[in-house]
Design a protein around this ligand. Sequence first.
Ligand code: FES
Length: 166
Amino acid sequence: MSTEDSTFEDKISDAIANPQNMGEMVDADSVGTVGNPECGDMVRMWLKFEEKGGKKVIDKASFQSFGCQTAIAVASMATEMLKGKTVEEAEAMNSSDLSKPLGSLPPMKIHCGEMVEGALREALRSDSGASKAPQPAPQVSSNTLLGDMNQPNLKKGKLKVVKLDD
Ligand code: FES
């Protein structure tokens, strides 16, 4: 038997006992937010970039999640994993990659990982073309996850993962 024998619940418990990189990043270069109308959960991810060896890499990433423990666990692991990744490497990562330390997500939890992937994609997209000039801090302080929960598109949408306007 190996450490692989830890149950999914054990891994989630371990991850949320000490979540990494949780909270708003006030000096972020980009931010992405997605929500799931069916479960009502949301994930927001902030990214900060730096130049390293002539490449643009993720210096740090942080997140907020409202609701689901699996999304928190995946986002915590993902934001750790993303440090030092180039934009291209980050773009190539899917929800399975981002949740790898948890093993395969149960069918009912797959969308939790997809939310984290969606938030990452939105954050990467929101930065595209904006990296040449110094950017002001994104307008994230006035938006809260709770505030976004009241947005009408979150309540009536049918998509599994939807981008929410920042
Ligand atoms: Fe919906 Fe986890 S239950 S994101």
